[in-house]
Design a protein around this ligand. Sequence first.
Ligand code: ZN
Ligand code: ZN
Length: 148
Amino acid sequence: MKVENPDAAWAKQVLREVALRATAARVAVLKLLATTDGPLSHAEVVQALADFGFDQSTLFRCLNEIADAGLVTRLDLGDQTRRFELRESSSEKEFTHPHFMCVDCGELSCMEDFSVQINPSRGPRRDKLGTITEIMIRGHCGQCQTSQ
Ligand SMILES: [Zn+2]
Ligand SMILES: [Zn+2]
């Protein structure tokens, strides 16, 4: 998700709100997620922040800390890669927006402008489902579609 002006002051403010110390790694990771359109995996974060010289385990710990604090969502989209995405708001709701994955190239996109409504049935079947945390939509992206 993109933030209007994701500078260090913004990141520090966000961290202060959840009572986390504003370490260089946390600030860098938050700024990165705020300027990226879509979720990032740990490997992608490591790659994007290579110039900063943080080690991989620091970044891994950092991602999990800010996820535990509720600043980012962990996405498990069924391809063995855990991705992290900045939360849209501080709402309690686990589920924010659906994601689209291209079955040809694996490109992942946020579907923030789409609305998906799920109206579960009531009763025992509803209880069995528990909480919906992710909606994954698969198909061919525009790029793959035209090159076929
Ligand atoms: Zn594609
Ligand atoms: Zn998303």
